[in-house]
Design a protein around this ligand. Sequence first.
Ligand code: AMP
Length: 124
Amino acid sequence: MAYTYDDQNIFAKILRGEIPNDTVRETEHSLAFRDIQPQAPEHVLVIPKGAYVTADDFAARASDAEIADFWRCFATICADLGVTPDTGAGYRIISNAGHDGVQEVPHFHLHILAGRPLGRMLNS
Ligand code: AMP
């Protein structure tokens, strides 16, 4: 079954410029901005500009160019934040999907969390 994309979701509004965001990086196919309720000293959201609901939707339907752009954008942000484990203290990426994943915004996004020890992966 195909996903239905809700173009009234908050990230669609950010992409259309209808509400502001704290941009970290923008590329041809991706946008990264700071989470409005940060859970760590560094909390950046990376989103594709295309209308994809979840990580699996993006991976299944996005073009090779969109996918490469997204992951290269992610890598550049990690390097710019200085959190890559080769030289920095590391990070965690999370992408919540659907009900059990407790996804609030139905536009695919990757959370990059860093800047403090993040504890174990899940609390429950
Ligand atoms: P989730 O869909 O559960 O992965 O979470 C959505 C995330 O989007 C949460 O961490 C929110 O704090 C964040 N968020 C919601 N609205 C905004 C906004 N206008 N600007 C930046 N981040 C937002």
